[in-house]
Design a protein around this ligand. Structure first.
Ligand SMILES: Cc1cc2nc3c(=O)[nH]c(=O)nc-3n(C[C@H](O)[C@H](O)[C@H](O)COP(=O)(O)OP(=O)(O)OC[C@H]3O[C@@H](n4cnc5c(N)ncnc54)[C@H](O)[C@@H]3O)c2cc1C
Length: 296
Protein backbone atom coordinates (compact mmCIF):
# COMPACT_ATOMS: atom_id res chain seq x y z
CA UNK A 1 0.00 0.00 0.00
CA UNK A 2 1.26 3.50 -0.87
CA UNK A 3 2.53 5.59 1.98
CA UNK A 4 3.31 9.30 1.74
CA UNK A 5 5.67 11.46 3.76
CA UNK A 6 5.53 15.26 4.16
CA UNK A 7 7.70 17.62 6.15
CA UNK A 8 5.93 20.99 6.40
CA UNK A 9 8.01 24.11 7.08
CA UNK A 10 5.58 25.80 9.50
CA UNK A 11 2.82 24.89 11.93
CA UNK A 12 0.16 26.50 9.72
CA UNK A 13 1.37 24.43 6.77
CA UNK A 14 1.40 21.32 8.98
CA UNK A 15 -2.29 21.85 9.82
CA UNK A 16 -3.13 22.28 6.12
CA UNK A 17 -1.17 19.16 5.13
CA UNK A 18 -2.69 17.16 7.99
CA UNK A 19 -6.23 18.10 6.85
CA UNK A 20 -5.43 17.06 3.29
CA UNK A 21 -3.76 13.85 4.48
CA UNK A 22 -6.67 12.82 6.74
CA UNK A 23 -9.14 13.39 3.94
CA UNK A 24 -7.06 11.51 1.38
CA UNK A 25 -6.45 8.51 3.66
CA UNK A 26 -9.80 8.45 5.49
CA UNK A 27 -8.11 9.20 8.80
CA UNK A 28 -5.00 7.04 8.37
CA UNK A 29 -2.50 9.93 8.57
CA UNK A 30 -0.20 10.38 11.58
CA UNK A 31 2.00 13.16 12.83
CA UNK A 32 5.59 12.18 13.57
CA UNK A 33 7.06 13.88 16.65
CA UNK A 34 9.75 11.60 18.11
CA UNK A 35 8.48 8.57 16.19
CA UNK A 36 9.12 6.33 19.22
CA UNK A 37 5.56 5.12 19.73
CA UNK A 38 4.76 5.06 16.00
CA UNK A 39 7.74 2.77 15.33
CA UNK A 40 6.63 0.27 17.94
CA UNK A 41 2.96 0.30 16.96
CA UNK A 42 3.90 -0.27 13.31
CA UNK A 43 6.33 -3.07 14.15
CA UNK A 44 3.57 -4.78 16.09
CA UNK A 45 1.16 -4.25 13.17
CA UNK A 46 -1.23 -2.27 15.35
CA UNK A 47 -0.96 0.72 13.07
CA UNK A 48 -0.44 1.13 9.34
CA UNK A 49 -0.27 4.89 8.62
CA UNK A 50 -0.76 5.89 4.98
CA UNK A 51 0.62 9.41 5.31
CA UNK A 52 3.27 10.67 7.74
CA UNK A 53 3.31 14.38 8.53
CA UNK A 54 6.66 15.04 10.15
CA UNK A 55 6.51 17.87 12.70
CA UNK A 56 9.71 16.92 14.49
CA UNK A 57 11.68 19.94 13.25
CA UNK A 58 9.06 22.66 13.58
CA UNK A 59 10.46 25.58 15.57
CA UNK A 60 6.93 26.56 16.69
CA UNK A 61 6.65 23.29 18.65
CA UNK A 62 9.96 23.81 20.45
CA UNK A 63 11.10 25.78 23.47
CA UNK A 64 10.36 26.15 27.15
CA UNK A 65 9.55 29.71 28.16
CA UNK A 66 8.11 31.69 31.06
CA UNK A 67 4.65 32.97 30.19
CA UNK A 68 3.41 36.49 30.95
CA UNK A 69 1.20 35.38 33.84
CA UNK A 70 4.18 33.81 35.65
CA UNK A 71 3.45 30.31 34.40
CA UNK A 72 5.32 28.23 31.86
CA UNK A 73 4.87 27.27 28.21
CA UNK A 74 6.39 24.01 26.99
CA UNK A 75 6.40 23.33 23.24
CA UNK A 76 4.77 19.99 22.40
CA UNK A 77 7.88 19.01 20.44
CA UNK A 78 10.24 19.28 23.44
CA UNK A 79 12.04 16.03 24.11
CA UNK A 80 11.78 14.41 27.55
CA UNK A 81 15.48 15.13 28.09
CA UNK A 82 14.96 18.87 27.55
CA UNK A 83 12.18 18.89 30.15
CA UNK A 84 14.36 16.96 32.58
CA UNK A 85 17.30 19.38 32.19
CA UNK A 86 15.56 22.75 31.74
CA UNK A 87 16.62 25.33 34.39
CA UNK A 88 13.19 27.00 34.08
CA UNK A 89 11.40 23.72 34.77
CA UNK A 90 13.71 23.06 37.72
CA UNK A 91 13.00 26.50 39.14
CA UNK A 92 9.21 26.55 38.73
CA UNK A 93 7.93 23.00 38.20
CA UNK A 94 10.53 20.60 39.56
CA UNK A 95 7.84 17.88 39.53
CA UNK A 96 8.15 17.80 35.71
CA UNK A 97 11.90 17.24 35.87
CA UNK A 98 11.29 14.56 38.50
CA UNK A 99 8.73 12.94 36.17
CA UNK A 100 10.91 13.15 33.03
CA UNK A 101 13.82 11.58 34.93
CA UNK A 102 11.64 8.50 35.48
CA UNK A 103 10.96 7.91 31.78
CA UNK A 104 12.63 4.82 30.33
CA UNK A 105 16.30 5.51 29.52
CA UNK A 106 18.49 8.10 27.80
CA UNK A 107 17.78 6.79 24.31
CA UNK A 108 14.01 7.18 24.69
CA UNK A 109 14.34 10.52 26.51
CA UNK A 110 16.46 11.90 23.68
CA UNK A 111 13.84 11.06 21.04
CA UNK A 112 10.40 10.95 22.65
CA UNK A 113 8.55 14.25 23.04
CA UNK A 114 6.26 15.47 25.80
CA UNK A 115 3.57 16.30 23.22
CA UNK A 116 3.82 12.96 21.41
CA UNK A 117 3.53 11.21 24.75
CA UNK A 118 0.45 13.21 25.78
CA UNK A 119 -1.23 12.70 22.37
CA UNK A 120 -0.52 8.97 22.46
CA UNK A 121 -2.57 8.90 25.70
CA UNK A 122 -1.07 5.65 26.92
CA UNK A 123 -2.65 4.92 30.31
CA UNK A 124 0.88 4.19 31.59
CA UNK A 125 2.36 7.48 30.30
CA UNK A 126 3.96 9.79 32.84
CA UNK A 127 3.53 13.28 31.31
CA UNK A 128 -0.31 12.97 31.18
CA UNK A 129 -0.41 12.29 34.91
CA UNK A 130 1.73 15.36 35.65
CA UNK A 131 -0.26 17.74 33.43
CA UNK A 132 -3.50 16.60 35.07
CA UNK A 133 -2.15 17.27 38.58
CA UNK A 134 -0.72 20.65 37.54
CA UNK A 135 -4.02 21.71 35.88
CA UNK A 136 -2.23 22.45 32.65
CA UNK A 137 -4.00 23.70 29.55
CA UNK A 138 -3.23 21.92 26.29
CA UNK A 139 -3.25 24.34 23.35
CA UNK A 140 -4.10 22.84 19.98
CA UNK A 141 -4.14 24.32 16.50
CA UNK A 142 -6.53 23.12 13.82
CA UNK A 143 -8.19 24.42 10.66
CA UNK A 144 -10.67 26.41 12.79
CA UNK A 145 -7.91 28.06 14.84
CA UNK A 146 -6.56 27.66 18.36
CA UNK A 147 -8.32 25.62 21.04
CA UNK A 148 -7.37 25.41 24.73
CA UNK A 149 -8.28 22.10 26.37
CA UNK A 150 -7.90 21.56 30.13
CA UNK A 151 -5.63 18.55 30.73
CA UNK A 152 -8.34 17.17 33.01
CA UNK A 153 -10.67 16.87 29.96
CA UNK A 154 -8.11 15.68 27.44
CA UNK A 155 -7.96 11.90 27.96
CA UNK A 156 -11.15 10.35 26.65
CA UNK A 157 -10.50 6.60 26.33
CA UNK A 158 -7.83 4.00 25.69
CA UNK A 159 -5.33 5.87 23.45
CA UNK A 160 -8.06 8.41 22.74
CA UNK A 161 -7.91 12.15 23.29
CA UNK A 162 -10.08 15.22 22.86
CA UNK A 163 -8.04 16.27 19.80
CA UNK A 164 -9.70 16.18 16.40
CA UNK A 165 -7.92 14.22 13.63
CA UNK A 166 -6.91 17.54 12.02
CA UNK A 167 -5.61 19.22 15.19
CA UNK A 168 -2.01 19.50 16.36
CA UNK A 169 -1.02 19.89 20.00
CA UNK A 170 1.07 23.03 20.01
CA UNK A 171 2.03 23.60 23.63
CA UNK A 172 1.48 22.75 27.25
CA UNK A 173 0.62 25.81 29.35
CA UNK A 174 1.14 25.67 33.10
CA UNK A 175 -0.49 28.08 35.55
CA UNK A 176 1.82 30.09 37.84
CA UNK A 177 2.91 28.36 41.05
CA UNK A 178 0.98 29.43 44.20
CA UNK A 179 2.25 30.42 47.63
CA UNK A 180 2.77 27.45 49.99
CA UNK A 181 2.65 25.01 47.11
CA UNK A 182 4.31 21.61 46.95
CA UNK A 183 4.36 19.03 44.17
CA UNK A 184 5.82 15.56 43.73
CA UNK A 185 5.86 12.61 41.36
CA UNK A 186 5.99 8.96 42.44
CA UNK A 187 6.27 5.80 40.37
CA UNK A 188 6.28 2.07 41.01
CA UNK A 189 7.60 -0.50 38.58
CA UNK A 190 8.74 -3.98 39.42
CA UNK A 191 10.47 -4.30 36.09
CA UNK A 192 13.31 -2.57 34.32
CA UNK A 193 12.93 1.05 33.28
CA UNK A 194 12.62 0.10 29.60
CA UNK A 195 9.48 -1.96 30.15
CA UNK A 196 6.76 0.34 31.33
CA UNK A 197 3.85 -1.93 30.63
CA UNK A 198 3.05 -2.52 34.28
CA UNK A 199 3.72 0.64 36.23
CA UNK A 200 1.72 2.84 38.57
CA UNK A 201 2.46 6.54 38.76
CA UNK A 202 1.07 9.39 40.83
CA UNK A 203 1.48 13.16 40.43
CA UNK A 204 0.44 15.51 43.22
CA UNK A 205 0.28 19.27 43.42
CA UNK A 206 -1.14 20.84 46.57
CA UNK A 207 -1.31 24.12 48.43
CA UNK A 208 -1.13 24.32 52.22
CA UNK A 209 -3.08 26.76 54.36
CA UNK A 210 -0.44 27.98 56.85
CA UNK A 211 -3.08 29.13 59.35
CA UNK A 212 -4.86 25.78 59.72
CA UNK A 213 -2.04 23.52 58.47
CA UNK A 214 -4.55 21.85 56.16
CA UNK A 215 -4.64 21.15 52.45
CA UNK A 216 -6.34 24.03 50.67
CA UNK A 217 -6.24 22.71 47.09
CA UNK A 218 -4.95 19.55 45.50
CA UNK A 219 -4.48 18.09 42.00
CA UNK A 220 -4.08 14.32 41.60
CA UNK A 221 -3.15 12.43 38.42
CA UNK A 222 -2.70 8.66 38.22
CA UNK A 223 -1.11 6.42 35.62
CA UNK A 224 -1.49 2.66 35.19
CA UNK A 225 -4.77 2.79 37.08
CA UNK A 226 -7.39 2.45 34.35
CA UNK A 227 -7.98 2.73 30.61
CA UNK A 228 -6.78 6.33 30.52
CA UNK A 229 -4.49 8.56 32.54
CA UNK A 230 -6.78 9.37 35.46
CA UNK A 231 -7.89 12.61 37.06
CA UNK A 232 -8.73 11.38 40.59
CA UNK A 233 -11.27 14.10 41.32
CA UNK A 234 -13.21 12.23 44.02
CA UNK A 235 -10.00 11.37 45.84
CA UNK A 236 -8.96 15.03 45.64
CA UNK A 237 -12.07 15.89 47.72
CA UNK A 238 -10.93 13.49 50.45
CA UNK A 239 -7.86 15.69 51.02
CA UNK A 240 -9.38 19.18 50.97
CA UNK A 241 -9.54 20.77 54.43
CA UNK A 242 -7.50 17.97 55.99
CA UNK A 243 -3.96 17.57 57.18
CA UNK A 244 -2.10 14.54 55.80
CA UNK A 245 -2.18 11.87 58.52
CA UNK A 246 -3.66 8.46 59.32
CA UNK A 247 -7.30 9.57 59.20
CA UNK A 248 -6.88 11.44 55.94
CA UNK A 249 -5.00 8.56 54.28
CA UNK A 250 -7.62 6.02 55.38
CA UNK A 251 -10.30 8.15 53.70
CA UNK A 252 -8.10 8.58 50.62
CA UNK A 253 -7.65 4.81 50.33
CA UNK A 254 -11.38 4.14 50.53
CA UNK A 255 -12.20 6.83 47.96
CA UNK A 256 -9.38 5.87 45.62
CA UNK A 257 -10.33 2.17 45.67
CA UNK A 258 -13.84 3.14 44.52
CA UNK A 259 -12.59 5.63 41.95
CA UNK A 260 -10.06 3.63 39.94
CA UNK A 261 -10.43 0.47 37.85
CA UNK A 262 -6.87 -0.67 37.09
CA UNK A 263 -6.53 -3.23 34.29
CA UNK A 264 -5.15 -6.56 35.50
CA UNK A 265 -2.19 -7.81 33.48
CA UNK A 266 0.28 -10.71 33.40
CA UNK A 267 2.08 -9.37 36.46
CA UNK A 268 -0.51 -7.81 38.73
CA UNK A 269 -4.16 -8.25 39.65
CA UNK A 270 -6.56 -5.33 39.83
CA UNK A 271 -6.60 -5.47 43.65
CA UNK A 272 -2.83 -5.41 43.85
CA UNK A 273 -2.66 -2.37 41.55
CA UNK A 274 -5.27 -0.58 43.68
CA UNK A 275 -3.19 -1.27 46.77
CA UNK A 276 0.03 -0.05 45.12
CA UNK A 277 -1.72 3.10 43.83
CA UNK A 278 -2.83 3.96 47.39
CA UNK A 279 0.66 3.38 48.81
CA UNK A 280 2.35 5.49 46.12
CA UNK A 281 -0.27 8.18 46.55
CA UNK A 282 0.30 8.36 50.31
CA UNK A 283 4.06 8.68 49.87
CA UNK A 284 3.75 11.25 47.09
CA UNK A 285 1.25 13.39 49.01
CA UNK A 286 3.57 13.31 52.04
CA UNK A 287 6.47 14.46 49.87
CA UNK A 288 4.41 17.26 48.27
CA UNK A 289 3.18 18.34 51.72
CA UNK A 290 6.73 18.60 53.06
CA UNK A 291 7.77 20.57 49.97
CA UNK A 292 4.93 23.01 50.65
CA UNK A 293 6.53 23.68 54.04
CA UNK A 294 4.16 21.42 56.01
CA UNK A 295 5.50 19.34 58.86
CA UNK A 296 5.02 15.58 59.09
C1 LIG B 1 10.99 1.06 25.65
C2 LIG B 1 10.13 2.25 25.94
C3 LIG B 1 9.97 2.67 27.25
C4 LIG B 1 9.17 3.78 27.52
N1 LIG B 1 9.01 4.16 28.83
C5 LIG B 1 8.22 5.20 29.11
C6 LIG B 1 8.01 5.61 30.46
O1 LIG B 1 8.58 5.07 31.42
N2 LIG B 1 7.16 6.64 30.69
C7 LIG B 1 6.51 7.30 29.68
O2 LIG B 1 5.75 8.22 29.94
N3 LIG B 1 6.71 6.95 28.38
C8 LIG B 1 7.53 5.93 28.08
N4 LIG B 1 7.70 5.58 26.77
C9 LIG B 1 7.02 6.39 25.70
C10 LIG B 1 7.98 7.47 25.12
O3 LIG B 1 8.47 8.22 26.18
C11 LIG B 1 7.35 8.50 24.11
O4 LIG B 1 6.93 9.63 24.76
C12 LIG B 1 6.18 8.04 23.38
O5 LIG B 1 6.59 6.88 22.71
C13 LIG B 1 5.61 9.05 22.33
O6 LIG B 1 6.46 10.10 22.00
P1 LIG B 1 6.92 10.44 20.52
O7 LIG B 1 7.36 11.88 20.57
O8 LIG B 1 7.90 9.47 20.02
O9 LIG B 1 5.56 10.34 19.68
P2 LIG B 1 5.30 9.74 18.22
O10 LIG B 1 5.59 8.28 18.20
O11 LIG B 1 5.96 10.57 17.19
O12 LIG B 1 3.71 9.99 18.13
C14 LIG B 1 2.80 9.30 18.97
C15 LIG B 1 1.36 9.65 18.58
O13 LIG B 1 1.06 11.00 18.94
C16 LIG B 1 0.67 11.76 17.78
N5 LIG B 1 1.31 13.07 17.92
C17 LIG B 1 2.62 13.33 18.10
N6 LIG B 1 2.84 14.63 18.26
C18 LIG B 1 1.62 15.23 18.18
C19 LIG B 1 1.18 16.60 18.27
N7 LIG B 1 2.02 17.61 18.49
N8 LIG B 1 -0.14 16.84 18.14
C20 LIG B 1 -1.03 15.83 17.91
N9 LIG B 1 -0.67 14.52 17.82
C21 LIG B 1 0.64 14.23 17.95
C22 LIG B 1 1.18 10.97 16.57
O14 LIG B 1 0.37 11.18 15.45
C23 LIG B 1 1.09 9.54 17.08
O15 LIG B 1 -0.22 9.05 16.90
C24 LIG B 1 8.51 4.48 26.47
C25 LIG B 1 8.69 4.06 25.14
C26 LIG B 1 9.48 2.96 24.88
C27 LIG B 1 9.67 2.56 23.46
Amino acid sequence: MDCRYSRPESLAEAVAVLCEAQEATEGEAHLVAGGVALGILMNEKLLAPRWFVDVSRLAELKGIEASEDGGLRIGAGCRHREVERSPLVAERYAILAEMAAEIACGRIKNRGTIGGNICLADPQGDPPVAVIALRATLRALGPKGTRDIPATDFFKGLYETALGPDEILQEIRLPPPQANEGAAFGKFSARRAMDYSSTISVAVRLTRDPASEQILEIGLGLGGSGETPIWAKETEKAFIGRRPGDECFALMRETLFAEIEPLADDLYSQDYKRHVAAVIMKRTVEKAWQRSGGTA
